[in-house]
Design a protein around this ligand. Structure first.
Ligand code: SAM
Length: 235
């Protein structure tokens, strides 16, 4: 059995996907009962637009693309041997696993709320699925998962050498500032924080600089690679 057949990191935003699918069905029914040509045209455009969004979400969700993205994130962050690392909003363990694979003697903690009502979650978003993936990838001994909220991290100050946050910060609409402050608090002095964002870079860099993070570096992925920006900074 190959890795690709077994490991799954879920599909992004299953709740939003369901709503979009429902929208397509609804528009299709309205299209069928509408007599007016203009109204039919409008529904056709809406259906095509929704189908494109669904297609993009599926494309962004594919396991090989996400594994490639997380590998690039880890290469960019360059974790050191013997590091203690934290993956905030770990989902099914994608980045935690890539971090654990990058060094022989490091430890990774992955935290998530794993809330079934989170709009930005992944399908099958449970600690059990994350643990299964670590076993398949042979890194279970290096990773521990813990249910926790990014806005109130259950760790002491200056604990982690590296904190990663992949595809989480942009969607944290409530409490993003608290989460960033918590990440700063638990990062060791001299430790790194790496994250992905599609927001204009200055929005987060300004906030993070205020907290005390410095030495910012960024890396832009091509559209084919996922089209996001990775930002790395140090405490
Ligand atoms: C789009 S998924 C990304 C998952 C994973 N990082 C990846 O790249 O596959 C966003 C994750 O953030 C988690 N999340 C959302 N709000 C959170 C919070 N306040 N604290 C911890 N995790 C949170 C969700 O449960 C979800 O697993």
């Amino acid at each position: 059995m190959t890795e690709e057949e077994n490991v799954s990191y879920g599909v992004y935003s299953p709740l939003i996907l369901s709503l979009l699918l429902f929208g397509i069905i609804l528009c299709f029914i309205l299209y069928l009962i509408a007599n007016d040509l203009v109204v039919r045209y409008v529904f056709t455009v809406i259906v095509i637009a929704l189908a494109i969004i669904i297609g993009l979400l599926f494309y962004e969700s594919t396991t090989p693309l996400r594994v490639k993205k997380s590998t690039l994130l880890v290469e960019f962050a360059q974790p050191r041997e013997n590091s203690l690392m934290l993956d905030v909003g770990t989902g099914r363990g994608l980045v935690a696993i890539s971090l654990a694979k990058a060094c022989k003697k490091c430890k990774v903690i992955g935290i998530d709320t794993w809330s079934p009502f989170c709009l930005s979650g992944v399908s099958g978003n449970t600690m059990e699925h994350a643990e299964e993936n670590t076993k398949i990838e042979g890194v279970a001994h290096k990773i521990k998962f813990q249910q926790a909220d990014a806005r109130k991290l259950p760790f002491d100050d200056n604990t982690f050498d590296l904190v990663a946050c992949h595809d989480v910060i942009d969607t944290l609409l409530i409490g993003r500032d608290e989460a960033l402050a918590e990440i700063y608090r638990v990062t060791k002095k001299g430790g790194k924080f790496v994250f992905s964002t599609a927001l204009p870079k200055y929005v987060l860099v300004k906030k993070l600089s205020k907290l005390g993070f410095k030495r910012f570096q960024s890396m832009r992925l091509s559209i084919k690679e996922g089209g996001t920006t990775y930002v790395l900074c140090r405490k």
